[in-house]
Design a protein around this ligand. Structure first.
Ligand code: ADP
Ligand code: 5GP
Length: 189
């Protein structure tokens, strides 16, 4: 593609970004997923180099010093960052890229890439529904669950600055809405 785009999906934890990003990648097999680096522990369902590059803190800090990251944030006590080489490689190959990053990361990518980046914020129907979904996912212990919920209000506020806001009520409807935005963006390219 002559003018590939960077599609960023952000949401509070449990908001549905992983699920929605997966569905987008299934519908667009030619898109690439931006595999971030993180210092958080790998979950049983995750793969090294597929969901994240799982790194020790020292190695992550070395990437910061080497300016190998487009952006990075400390979230819930761990580092997360977008690898410059991943983005450069996709853009050079003319491929659209999909990002699953937090709201600050989303705004940083927009600031850096301007119109090339399309930032989408996935909103939960309510905080209570979000809490239930995160609990039902059963990936967090009580302490990390609490930390994740503590960030929600500020994330919802920052989400107002995004190009698009999509309410994740019915999953298929939310996926369709994201896909419509992507299709519209590509056809106006
Ligand atoms: P995130 O990546 O934003 O933390 P996930 O994609 O892991 O969120 O979704 C959190 C949980 O909620 C998962 O168990 C997922 O299957 C579920 N989920 C996501 N969207 C919906 C929806 N619209 N309705 C019901 N459950 C949902
Ligand atoms: P999780 O631990 O649930 O996989 O992710 C926690 C948070 O980190 C999510 O909001 C996710 O979008 C965000 N995240 C993942 N990778 C990156 C990244 O490279 N940069 C930023 N800023 N946030 C990220």
């Amino acid at each position: 593609m002559k003018n590939p785009k960077l599609f960023v999906v952000s949401a509070p934890s449990g908001g549905g970004k992983t699920t929605i990003v997966k569905a987008v990648l299934e519908r667009h097999p030619d898109f690439e997923f931006s595999v971030s680096a993180t210092t958080r522990a790998k979950r049983a369902t995750e793969g090294e180099g597929k969901d994240y590059f799982f790194l020790p803190k020292e190695q992550f800090e070395q990437l910061i010093r080497q300016k190998a990251l487009v952006e990075h944030e400390e979230i819930y006590g761990n580092y997360y960052g977008t690898l410059k080489r991943e983005v450069d490689r996709a853009l050079l190959a003319g491929k659209c890229m999909v990002f699953d990053v937090d709201v600050h990361g989303g705004l940083s990518i927009k600031k850096l890439y301007g119109n090339k980046a399309v930032i989408m914020f996935i909103e939960p129907p309510s905080i209570q529904v979000l809490e239930n979904r995160l609990r039902n996912r059963k990936t967090e212990d009580e302490e990390t669950f609490r930390r994740r919920m503590a960030r929600v209000a500020s994330e919802l506020e920052i989400g107002k600055q995004f190009d698009y806001r999509i309410v994740n009520d019915t999953l298929t409807r939310a996926i369709d809405e994201v896909d419509e935005i992507i299709t519209r963006q590509l056809s106006s390219n």
